[in-house]
Ligand binder design. Sequence first.
Ligand SMILES: C[S@@+](CC[C@H](N)C(=O)[O-])C[C@H]1O[C@@H](n2cnc3c(N)ncnc32)[C@H](O)[C@@H]1O
Length: 392
Amino acid sequence: METRLPHDLNIDKTGWHRARERAVSSLRAYVLNNLAGDLRADYETAVEPTLDEPPADGVAVHKAMRPRPAFRLYSSLRCTAQELVWSTVIDSINQQADVLEEQAEALTTKSGVAGTLELDESTELPDYYRAVDVHLMPGNYDGAAAEAGVLPGAVYDNGFNVFAFGAMGKEHNDIGWSMANFVKLRFPDIEPATIVDVGCTIGHNTLPWKQTFPDADVYGVDIAGACLRYAHARATSLGVEAHFRQASSDRLPFDDASVDVVFSSMFLHELPAKHIGRFISEAHRVLRPGGVLINMELPPNAALPPFDAFYLDWDSYYNNEPFYKAFRDQDYRSLCTDAGFESENFFEGVMPRYTYVDADDFEKAVLSPAEFDEDTGRLSDAIQWYGFGARR
Ligand SMILES: C[S@@+](CC[C@H](N)C(=O)[O-])C[C@H]1O[C@@H](n2cnc3c(N)ncnc32)[C@H](O)[C@@H]1O
């Protein structure tokens, strides 16, 4: 595992911190690949055959699995690894916070930078946002706090590097590449002029949209000003033009019918239901006729066998993701039609990771109907992405 990030917002980590990052990353890979396999085997060989009737859903599988040693080992190690992800990187970031701020300042004030940053510190944080440290990340995304500088972005970027154990792209951007190329292949008539990534955090999945559609203006929107400061400096360092705007997904800062693609990634499952509805209605408002809303997400529970539904819902119970299961219990087509999209314009897709596979294999998957399997949405070395949305 490479502990240096592939851009200039880097800190010199001690040998101890680098070793610790590698150890935590390996632990996560072991839990999510190997122990996850043991968990499934335990269910299939020792639990399922003893059930009086087939489990109705993931909740029934959860109930049956909770006393099992395999489940307890998996869950305790996964929780421990998650906490270690953050504590390890926060420790080294705190030791060099000044260096990081200076690097960000130098990048932000660099001349000739085409990308922009517009912060709106009057942006109000909804209650749900302050209520929990989502996925056990201390301080959450730190919202609008100006005094936070770029540190929350650095925590997310360095933490994500450990968290992803190399499974999400060299610049943690495979989702962006995959979804942008999904749109390009599935909707070849689209020539986007304006693309908006909502809930963009540090813009890692925003930049591939500019790289895939170089003629488009690409925007990253988030409620967390601290992450956007980092996103802007990061994009500058990588030499990719993108425009970052602080705003809530409840009120996107774009005119009616002015956007060609609205994208989100791992965003909806962090919102309460009413905010999901507002965001999709906003997407409908800002999209031009023919424009595309595409959300990379976890697959819906209804599409999966009970064990897979249980497995993906683990985060809702044990990883401070309070809205995760409620979101996955929804009918995604209805989320779109309730917001004004036509039912026949709904689409979904399952695809391999764009930057890991041959172009032909990727294209074949994009042009085929969505087929769910145990790797769909499950972070592992064999992960397949899921996306859904609708055309305006
Ligand atoms: C899981 S992160 C998204 C990750 C990122 N899109 C990716 O591809 O990895 C969720 C993001 O949504 C942002 N967020 C939460 N509620 C929001 C809202 N109402 N409006 C805009 N951004 C919001 C958070 O600040 C955070 O950056």
